[in-house]
Design a protein. Structure first.
Length: 475
């Protein structure tokens, strides 16, 4: 890494020479953010101090060269100090910024302490520099170091003050106290001191603001990522729920058909038996009787064909959209359930059906009616009633059509009513029910027809389910 840095310094272009040098000598190498901030501030201070000392040495050298050697400062001393500062910069870049910072703070303290020894502990400018050193040590090294360093400065200052006021004249030069305040050099010294304090505080605040900006940016990025993750989780959860619902509906479809299969087979067996008897009689009958018997056979075949077509539609779901004859779909649903209704002595009444058409999936519409009518028939389980009745009626209210299924059974228990349309919310699970019928009916009503499914129930009187849907004309 060190060789790469030196190579970069040697090969940088002339157009960005100063900028590249600045970056190469001040850019921190620490990976930890707090350490990188301290290292960057230290490198800037060292590089700036080195540059100012180089400029100062050139000015002093020019005064000695063109001013007749009247300059009091020795330019070689300034150059030596500049080289020491540059050495500290190299230590910070290639070894440890903490070591370089500690040496830098110690050298600054040494120069200030020497000034106190030579001119007295009550020199105002040194107190400002001590405060600056405490501030810089906390920024460049650590707060703990700054804490102990403050105690060290206080102890040394008290020793120097004791020596000063105890009458010891070995170190102190008091002639400066008799000199008048010179506005230009003395005021400039105070101004430079304040400028140094400002630069250090500005560098520190700038790095803090950059860290805060990075933290806010990271926080915003994390928040955006979290929100995106929440959206993805919600979308995935919705997808899984939809897949689960489709699987449950498929299982419920075959379960319901299996429950009604015995009725369908019974209804198929009746016309098949009738056809067999009619054909046997037709062998021995005269031509006129044969014609009547064959007509009965044809009617039996049509009945079987109707039953098979209805059963096939239940086992072959399709999303095909067409105009639906509501009355016809109700007849098909009751045809499937007729055997179950007869077994339970329930009469199915479709006399109040009105001519009505709606656009949508015939399969889905039939499933809704089949589940609702089946639920109404099962409401009479355990009741010995001769007048058990399920009424299916339809009509139109404005732009909406509706189909209502009524029973006169015992009503729905309150504990079931609150979650009636949820999956598995049934009192008949384990008794032949799947708990998916009403949930499936509501899902199909809302998803396929943008409609609604509602219920009214009174204990001991019965229940009324109403399937509402917007009417659509065929395109």
């Amino acid at each position: 890494m060190h060789f790469v840095l030196l190579y970069n310094l040697c090969t940088m272009s002339h157009s960005s020479f100063v900028t590249d040098i600045w970056r190469a000598l001040t850019q921190p190498k620490s990976q930890i953010e707090d350490d990188a901030r301290r290292e960057h501030i230290l490198n800037i201070l060292l590089f700036s101090t080195f540059t100012l000392l180089c400029c100062l040495s050139l000015i002093v050298f020019a005064e000695r060269l063109y001013g007749g050697g009247r300059g009091s400062e020795n330019p070689l001393i300034i150059v030596g100090v500049a080289l020491v500062i540059f050495g500290l910069l190299m230590i910070s870049r290639f070894y440890s910024f903490r070591v370089a910072g500690s040496i830098f703070i110690f050298l600054l303290w040494t120069s200030i302490a020497y000034t106190n020894l030579s001119r007295g502990a009550d020199l105002p400018l040194t107190w400002m520099y001590y405060a600056l050193l405490v501030f810089m040590s906390g920024i460049l090294i650590s707060i703990r170091f700054s804490f102990f360093f403050t105690f060290f400065i206080a102890i040394v200052l008290n020793i120097i003050t004791y020596l000063q006021f105890s009458g010891d004249k070995l170190f102190f030069i008091r002639s400066w106290r008799a000199d008048a305040f010179d506005v230009v050099p003395d005021g400039l010294a105070f101004a430079v001191s304040l400028l140094v304090v400002f630069v250090v505080s500005w560098l520190f605040n700038r790095e803090i603001n950059r860290s805060l900006a990075r933290a806010r940016s990271s926080e915003a990025a994390l928040k955006a990522e979290r929100d995106s993750l929440e959206i993805k989780v919600q979308e995935r959860t919705a997808e899984l729920k939809e897949e689960q619902r489709e699987r449950f509906e498929s299982v419920a479809l075959f379960a319901d058909f299996g429950r009604h299969a015995s009725g369908v087979l019974h209804d198929l067996a009746n016309p098949l038996t009738s056809m067999s008897l009619n054909l046997q009689q037709a062998r021995e009958a005269d031509p006129d009787a044969q014609q009547r018997l064959l007509e009965r056979v044809v009617k039996g075949m049509e009945r079987m064909e109707s039953l098979l077509r209805t059963a096939r539609s239940q086992l072959s779901p399709t999303a095909e959209v067409s105009m639906i004859d509501v009355e016809k779909e109700a007849e098909q649903a009751t045809e499937i359930l007729s055997h179950v209704a007869r077994q339970k002595r329930v009469r199915l009444d479709l006399s109040a059906m009105k001519p009505l058409e709606v656009q949508g999936s015939p399969y889905a519409f039939n499933r809704v009616l089949l589940n609702l009518i089946s639920n109404a028939i099962e409401a009479y389980d355990g009741l010995e009633r001769e007048d058990a009745l399920v009424r299916v009626l339809s009509g139109q209210a404005g732009d909406e059509g509706f189909v209502t299924i009524e029973d006169q059974a015992t009503g729905i228990p309150p504990e079931i009513m609150a979650r009636l349309f949820e999956p598995f919310a049934s009192s008949k699970i384990g008794k032949g029910g799947t708990g998916m019928g009403l949930a499936t009916a509501k899902s199909l009503a809302e998803r396929e027809f943008h409609g609604s499914l509602s219920v009214e129930s009174k204990p001991g009187i019965g229940s009324r389910f109403t399937f509402r849907f917007p009417l659509r004309k065929a395109v």
